[in-house]
Write a protein that binds this ligand. Structure first.
Ligand code: ADP
Ligand code: MG
Length: 392
């Protein structure tokens, strides 16, 4: 997304609402490793990618919040003062939820028009939801002439998704979309919200391959998985005094509680405990520039997600299998909540285009589906974009 996309939305906003507005943007994200570890206080390693939701905001005098999405070509209006926790089930729950959450935070938001448009693929595991939430939060904070720190913005956007939209999710997406910076991956401790920005070696590209199989976080099995995890975590908390969050548990702790939980909970927890360890090892591998090791950890993470977490899908397994036959690929795995979506692949830079051509050809031959593939470098999050004054 370049400056033209911001200008295009500005024009739409001006035609629709009769005046220009202030422009904000938030990227999408891809998670390199650390899947379903965030909501039990573990480690994740996302990076922001070069897809964006743009938000244009202008004031209005009637105390209403008017949301327009270019993606849906639809306008929704609510009265700000009487806004309760009343989701409608539509796309506008995401921005309306952010308004609701900002007000809970004590931010006084006056009447506004908010236009949104994004090129983030929706429902593909690249977190268009966090992108739209964070873009909305930045725009409404700008409109209210208020500032909040990164942790607060991420947390209030997560609350919008969890409590207003009603979708279970951890803090990773909102934190990464808000706080990442260009050319760096982010290692985030989801308990303390401490983070570290890690260099990705120049000789690799991150390639995202979209299986085109869609998931639905709000209604789907994502919720079942997190419930199974939470049930297992509750047993560990009860039985093992040192365990406050699943993040504190070892495989020995889990083994000791095996008979006290369902076999599904046992396996889901085993994925998360081993996954946290893999993220820590992946950090070390990146710092040492050891791409073979980094890639091998991605492959292990995929197997764990598929077998223990039982949240992969046949099509993404095919994408990963094709990738791992390519010599120029260090590692590949499913990324995002699961049950469809995208694979993430770490590929030698000079071979990235060839890699994409091969994956697309073989995936189409095996499944009949045309995959969308993107060669990415780590992009700026919403805070860095706001500091620099735009997406361009
Ligand atoms: P993901 O985050 O993986 O893309 P989700 O199901 O969590 O998938 O979120 C997708 C939802 O976010 C869409 O169905 C829509 O409701 C909302 N959304 C995302 N981007 C936009 C946008 N530009 N305009 C309006 N709604 C959006
Ligand atoms: Mg989402």
């Amino acid at each position: 997304m370049k400056v033209e996309k911001e200008q295009a939305l500005q024009q739409i906003h001006q035609q629709r609402f009769g005046k220009a507005g202030a422009i904000f943007a938030a990227p999408a994200r891809v998670n390199l490793i650390g899947e379903h570890t965030d909501y039990t206080g573990g480690f994740v390693m996302p990076m922001a990618i070069d897809f964006h939701t743009v938000a244009v905001v202008s004031a209005r005098e009637d105390g209403r919040a008017v949301f327009y999405s270019g993606n849906y070509d639809e306008e929704v209006s609510v009265k700000i003062d009487s806004l309760g926790q009343s989701p409608s089930g539509g796309w506008n729950d995401y921005p309306t939820g952010v308004l609701w959450s900002l007000r809970k935070e004590g931010v006084d938001v006056g009447g506004f028009n908010l236009s949104l448009a994004g090129d983030v693929p929706l429902g593909s595991g690249l977190s268009s939801s966090a992108s739209v939430e964070v873009a909305t939060a930045m725009a409404l904070l700008g409109h209210a002439k208020a500032e909040l720190p990164l942790e607060k913005v991420a947390t209030l956007c997560r609350r919008a998704e969890n409590d207003y939209v009603g979708a279970k999710s951890g803090i990773m997406d909102q934190f990464a979309v808000a706080g990442c910076v260009a050319n760096r991956a982010m290692l985030l401790d989801c308990r303390s919200l401490e983070y570290e920005l890690l260099p990705l070696p120049d000789q690799v590209r991150v390639v995202i391959c979209n299986s085109m199989v869609k998931h639905a976080v709000a209604t789907g099995e994502y919720g079942d998985r997190s419930s199974e995890v939470e049930a297992g975590q509750a047993v560990l908390q009860r039985e093992r005094p040192g365990v406050k969050l699943l993040r504190d548990a070892t495989l020995q702790d889990l083994e000791a509680c095996r008979d006290l939980m369902s076999s599904a909970s046992f396996k889901r927890c085993r994925h998360i405990i081993t996954e946290n360890a893999r993220v820590v090892k992946a950090r070390a591998a990146l710092l040492q520039g050891d791409l073979e090791r980094f890639g091998a950890l991605l492959v292990e993470a995929h197997a764990s997600f598929r077998d223990d977490f039982a949240a992969s899908c046949e099509e993404v397994d095919v994408l990963v299998a094709i990738a791992m036959q390519q010599e120029e690929c260090f590692g590949a795995r499913i990324t995002g909540g699961g049950f469809g979506g995208c694979s993430v692949n770490v590929v030698r830079e000079e071979a990235a285009e060839q890699f994409v051509a091969t994956v697309r050809r073989e995936y189409a031959a095996k499944t009949g589906i045309e995959a969308d593939c993107f060669v990415c470098t780590p992009a700026d999050g919403a805070f860095a974009l706001a500091r620099k004054g735009g997406v361009a």
